[in-house]
Design a protein around this ligand. Structure first.
Ligand SMILES: [Zn+2]
Ligand SMILES: [Zn+2]
Length: 351
């Protein structure tokens, strides 16, 4: 039997989010049914719901930073039982047999199904995300949450912001003895600072606003550089092993590439709506530097990240909101007025 759930979503690109009733499939043999407690608000939600990216399907229910409790499991489910604390991130399905899926990198599968706006046989024909009170997900894509329940709301943003920053830090083997730059101190960047610090690196945070200096230090940065200050930037020339660049607005990459030492890499995780100005190739050639990109992370690595954070009591810094505050939250997100992630209390969806 399908179930109905309170949700929040939009019926068109020019429409505000509003309460909706949606249906979820009955749990199949491999499915986990989850009562959603909290859902983080990601920039991607806003892009998708407002059709700033191509191909938004309506009704659109965003949300891919989901945490909650298992309410039912299918007959073939092992490892999850009713009552368990769990999470669901950006991926709810993939082809399960390509080279990427076999390597545990479902995030790079050509048939990855996003938690919202992805293809599904379920009504209404595309996936509906976490701004809802319930979701049903194949066990392969469900994560175990080992944080204490009191931290649950602040765990939600780890499912996108956390893994998006953890995965490149791990892939480029950031650790003790490394000097790492984190560019941008927003939802992604604040997690990048916490994680790079926890991995043992010397962390330099880069921001355009001097007013964020103290906040970045409080997050764990050893140093803060105001990137508009040429003298401050120059002081770090050719000194960084790795840069995690979280900024989604188009900007000059050369200013940061020049800070990498020989063989250093800058990984981009922010997706700008229009391209960055092309970097000067000399900046890459002269010190054998790399410019790279990274997309969220695979399921196994997401579990590794959650466990890493649980062991160290790492969570996101959040501001809790009710469902009827989502549109206001979007406007505040656009002006950077959030420290550092909004999280929806999904109990408010039915009120
Ligand atoms: Zn996201
Ligand atoms: Zn695949």
């Amino acid at each position: 039997m399908t179930t109905t759930s309170h949700a929040y979503g939009a019926q068109g690109a020019d429409q505000a989010l509003a309460p909706l009733r949606i249906t979820r499939r009955a749990p199949g043999a491999h499915d986990v049914q989850i009562a959603i407690a909290y859902c983080g608000v990601c920039h991607s939600d806003l892009h998708q719901v407002r059709a700033e990216w191509a191909g938004t399907l309506y009704p659109c229910v965003p949300g891919h930073e989901i945490v909650g409790r298992v309410t039912a499991v299918g007959a073939q489910v092992s490892g999850f039982a009713p009552g368990d604390l769990v999470g669901v991130g950006c991926i709810v399905d993939s082809c399960r047999h390509c080279a990427e899926c076999e390597d545990g990198l479902e995030n790079y599968c050509n048939h990855m199904v996003g938690t919202y706006n992805g293809p599904t046989p379920d009504a209404p024909g595309h996936t509906l995300g976490g701004y809802s009170q319930q979701i049903v997900v194949h066990q392969r894509y469900v994560l175990r949450v080992r944080h204490p329940e009191a931290q649950l709301a602040a765990v939600a943003p780890l499912l996108c912001a956390g893994i998006t920053t953890y995965s490149p830090l791990r892939h480029w083997k950031v650790g003790p003895g490394h000097k790492v730059g984190v560019v941008g101190i927003g939802g992604l960047g604040h997690m990048g600072i916490k994680l790079a610090r926890a991995m043992g690196a010397q962390v330099v945070a880069f921001t355009t606003s001097p007013s964020k200096r103290d906040a970045a230090l409080a997050l764990g940065a050893h140093e803060v550089v105001v990137s508009r200050n040429r003298e401050e930037m120059k002081a770090h020339a050719q000194s960084l092993d790795f840069i995690l660049n979280t900024v989604a607005a188009p900007h000059e990459l050369d200013a940061f590439l020049a800070l990498l030492r020989r063989d250093g890499t800058m990984a981009l995780v922010g997706a700008p709506a229009t391209p960055h100005p092309s970097p000067n190739v000399f900046n890459l050639i002269m010190k054998r530097r790399s410019l790279a990109g990274s997309l969220i992370g695979g399921i196994a690595e997401t579990q590794e990240m959650l466990d890493f954070c649980a062991e160290r009591s790492i969570v996101a810094d959040i501001e809790m909101i009710r469902a009827d505050q989502i549109d206001d939250a979007y406007e505040r997100m656009l002006t950077g007025d959030v420290k550092y992630r909004f999280v929806i209390d999904c109990a408010s969806l039915g009120q």
